[in-house]
Design a protein around this ligand. Structure first.
Ligand code: NAD
Length: 448
């Protein structure tokens, strides 16, 4: 089967590479010539574990190629996937569908035979019908179907998620489109991964409902964490006790500095907006959005407390700025709220992140970048763990404490414990939803 993939970002590139690995002939298109040049040289523009090797294998096998020319890519394609960005629209929080509609129009103008146009981008309910209208208007003679095929991959584990999905969701209007989609996902069907075929609207809604639910779960435990800090409970134990309940499950119950990333923030906003437009305000989702902002602000208060009430003149080391480990994606990372606030309040901020520098350098002006966590901590007044990269999970805490001007650790991912910090010689340690300590105060304390 010949497939064209429009957009070579995190989703388009991973999907294109994986489809080619299924045995399909895939041409990936991007309007960013820099990305296409890199891909043609065999370089991967994003950091995603395992993607470079899989890309090289399929290019060599002659099943995968890249172009900036959309018309050339879709020539003879039986399915064209739209995997372009759907960022938050300025002003009203809705998903910006400009890129999706532009791609749909371009496909319609270039296509000359039956084709299934599949939206892989996350789009609000009703968008696929709009795509159909736009295409009909652009090329009334074209024989085509639309399909919705939302993507659930996680950055950092994207290949595994694509190849071994919990489920594939396919929204269609015709049997003909359903057959094409079944053929594309045949390798997964044969391995008995669940393929759920629905109508267009349900497929679109499933994606938003799933993301909003996960964002709710994270935000719920973050709010419980705040209460744990006031009451002496330990959120790690609480989450464990909750997660062992099969009805709840232990995933997405890790308290932290608030969710970020390329999906949850924009998707919760877009879903809330859809609810408002239809006269069905989604009060839970709206509360989640507001509470998540509070969580990020609370992190700044926590750090301020650890800096004796002022950031001015303090040297602060930050370990990890990407929104989660194993990605270079900085979109809506908590670091983008926390770091500028420290810099703006007069702190000297150093940052160490295994992959975040390329993106982070222009997003975080005024910070000093380090490749090494120990150098980042050298003579610092406070060290903050913001992203739980593996590199930061087994630090020599004694060595770090010795090097710091005032050995204080803010562990916003709950990697270490009061015991670890005390043993290493830290004078203060705070985490999320657990009691911390300040040695100067002579005793453990509950954080506010
Ligand atoms: N990133 C994730 O983890 C993830 C997971 C699931 C779903 N999604 C959804 O998938 C979609 C894409 O997300 P992403 O993170 O891959 O985006 P991205 O911003 O990384 O990539 C989008 C790419 O599309 C290209 N593009 C835009 N218009 C084009 C056009 N007309 N022709 C050719 N190329 C074009 C851009 O140049 C860019 O390279 C979004 O709707 C997102 O919500 C993302």
């Amino acid at each position: 089967m010949k497939i064209a993939m429009i957009g070579t970002g995190y989703v388009g590139l991973v999907s294109g590479v994986c489809f080619s690995d299924f045995g399909h002939d895939v041409v990936c298109v991007d309007k960013d010539p820099r990305k296409i040049e890199m891909l043609e040289r065999g370089e991967v523009p994003i950091f995603e574990p395992g993607l470079d090797a899989l890309l090289e294998k399929n290019v060599e096998a002659g099943r995968l190629s890249f172009t900036g020319d959309l018309a050339q890519a879709i020539d003879g394609a039986e399915a064209v996937f739209i995997a372009v960005g759907t960022p938050t629209r300025r002003g009203d929080g809705h998903a910006d569908l400009t890129y999706v509609m532009a791609a749909a129009e371009e496909i319609a103008r270039a296509a000359s035979q039956y084709v299934v146009v599949v939206t892989k981008s996350t789009v609000p309910v009703g968008t696929n019908r709009q795509v159909k209208q736009v295409m009909k208007k652009a090329n009334p003679a074209l024989d085509f179907d639309v399909a919705s095929n939302p993507e659930f991959l996680r950055e950092g584990a994207a290949i595994e998620d694509f190849m071994k999905p919990d489920r594939v969701v396919v929204g269609v209007q015709t049997e003909r489109a359903a057959d094409v989609m079944a053929e594309i996902y045949r390798p997964l069907y044969l391995r008995e991964f669940p393929i759920l075929t629905t109508d267009l609207e349900s497929a679109e809604m499933i994606k938003y409902a799933a993301n909003a639910f996960l964002a709710t779960k994270i935000t719920f435990i973050n709010e419980i964490a705040a209460l744990c800090e006031r009451t002496g409970a330990d959120v790690k134990q609480v989450a464990q006790g909750m997660g062992l309940d099969g009805r709840i499950g232990n995933k997405f119950l890790h308290a932290g500095p608030g969710y970020g990333g390329s999906c949850f923030p924009k998707d919760t906003r877009a879903l809330a907006r859809t609810g408002q437009e239809h006269g069905v305000p989604l009060q839970i989702t709206e509360a989640v959005i507001a509470v998540n902002e509070d969580v990020k602000r609370r992190m700044i208060d926590k750090l301020l407390d650890m800096c004796d009430g002022t950031f001015n003149g303090k040297t602060i080391g930050i370990l990890g700025v990407t929104f989660k480990p194993n990605t270079d994606d900085m979109r809506e990372a908590p670091a983008l709220t926390i770091v500028p606030s420290l810099v703006g309040s007069g702190a000297k901020v150093r940052v160490c992140d295994p992959q975040g520098r390329r993106e982070g350098e222009h997003l975080l002006p005024g910070v000093q970048w380090h490749d090494d966590a120990y150098k980042c901590a050298n003579n610092a007044d406070l060290l903050v763990i913001l992203t739980e990269w593996n590199e930061f999970r087994a630090l020599d805490l004694k060595r770090i404490a010795r090097k710091m001007a005032t050995p204080r650790l803010a562990d916003l991912r709950n990697i270490y414990s009061v015991k670890d910090a005390k043993r290493a010689g830290f004078e203060a340690y705070e985490s999320i939803g657990r009691s911390g300590f300040i040695a100067a105060a002579g005793e453990d304390r509950k954080t506010a």
